[in-house]
Design a protein around this ligand. Sequence first.
Ligand SMILES: [Fe+2]
Ligand SMILES: [Fe+2]
Length: 470
Amino acid sequence: MAQSLESIPNNVDLSSDRRLQRALEQWQPNFLAWWNQVGPEGFQAHQVYLRTAISVEAGGWAHFDFVRMPDYRWGIFLEPKDGERKIGFGDVMGEPAWEEVPGEHRNSLRRIIVTQADTEPASVEQQRLLGKTCPSMYDLRNLFQVNVEEGRHLWAMVYLLHRHFGRDGREEADELLNRRSGSPDKPRILNCFNEPIDEWLSFFFFAMFTDRDGKYQLSALAQSGFDPLARTTRFMLTEEAHHLFVGEMGVDRVVQRCAELMAQGKDPRKEGAVPLELLQKYCNFWFTLSLDLFGGEISSNAADFFAAGLKGRFREETLDEHKALGETYKLEVPQDGKIVEQEVPLRNAMNEVLRDEYVKDCQRAVDRWNKTLEKAGVTGMKLRLPNRRFHRAVGPCAGFKFNPDGQLISEQEWAANESRWLPTAEDREYVKSLMHPVIATGQMANWIAPPGKGINAMPVNFEYVKPPIV
Ligand SMILES: [Fe+2]
Ligand SMILES: [Fe+2]
C-alpha cells in the first residue's frame, strides 16, 4: 500500500523498523546530492509529466502527473508475498523461499545485488547530457521517465542491502553513489555502463539492447530463492517494460525516417537523417556489448548460482524440468584456429541459456524494424543481428576476431573491415552533428519519425515538459 505521507514511500512497512528507516533517511540526502550532481543536466526545475509508482497493485500502481524531477517520490515497492513461496529450481527446489539471507550465500547474493544495483545509477550518469539535444518534448519526457525509474531501481536494491546485509550492505550502498560511469579511478562495475551515451541514437540502442539485458537478469533473479530479491525484481520488471519500449520504438522511428527518405530516392545522409549502414553499425556495437553482460558461455559461477537457488532461468516456471542435471548444452567455441562444438553440463551453460532467450527477443525487434523498412517501400535491404561471436570481450570468443557472420578471421581482415562493421569516430561525429534540441510542443527533429501515439493516452503534441514555475 502506498504510504504517501512518509518521506520514503514504501510498501515494506518501513516505519515499523526505526533503525532501518533512519539508515535509509541518512542515505536519502546523499542520493539527492548524487542526483543533482550527475543526474539529468538542465530541466531539474521543469515540470515533467512523469509516472510514479504509488503501490504495486496491477493496474493502479502508476500515477501520472507533473513533477519536478528532484521532487520525484522514489520509493520502495516489493511485489506482495504470495503465500508460502517455494524455491522452483536447483538443488534446493521445493524448499521454502528464504526471508533472510542464508549465511552460506551471503557473499554471492551481495555480489549479485551490488552488480545489478550499480547499473541503475550508471545509466543515469551516462545519459545526463541528453536532455540538451532532445529530438522532441515527447522523447525528453521519456528520457526523464527512464532516468527517475533507474533512480528508483537503485532505491530498490539499496533497500535490500540496508535491510539484509548489515554494515557491509550500508557500505555497498554508499559505494553505489561514489562510483562514476566512465571514471578512470572509480568506474562502474560493468564495461557497458562506462560507455558514453552522448547522443540519442546510442540512447535508443542502449535502451533497446542494454536495458533488455537488464530484463533478462531481473527475470532470472525474479526466480531467486531469496524472496525479497525475487519480489523486488518482479516489480522492477513492470517499470522496465517502458524503457525497452523507448529503445525499440526509438530505433524504429529512426529506421522509419531513413526508410521514408530512401523510398523517395533520397540519400538519408544528405537529408540530415541516419543512413541504414550507420544504423547497422550501431546495432552491431550495442548488441555485442550487451551480450557480454550475460557473462562467459561456460561458467562455474552460473552453475553454482543455479544449484544454490540464487538465480534461475527465464520463466523457469514454464519449463518442464527444474534441476538441469544430467543434461548437456552444445556450444561452438574457437579452438586451434577453427570453431569446434563443445558439450558442457547444462548448469555450466546457464549464462548462455539466458543469452539464447535474449537473442530471440532482440531478433523479434529487428524483424519489426525490417517490417518498417518494407512498409515504407525499401526492399532488398535489411537490418540484422551480428553473430554472437562477433566483437566479444567476454567468454571464449574474446581475444579472437570474427566477422558478423561468425566466421573466424585474421587480425588483418579485422583491421581492414572494422570500420565497415562498427561505428567509427567520423560516424559518431556525424550522428552528433544531427543532434539539435527540438523542444517546441509537437515538433520533431528531422532524423526521426514521430511516434504513433503519446504517453498515457495523451496526444503526441501534448506539452510533456513545462518550464519552471516562477
Ligand atoms: Fe533499471
Ligand atoms: Fe531500465
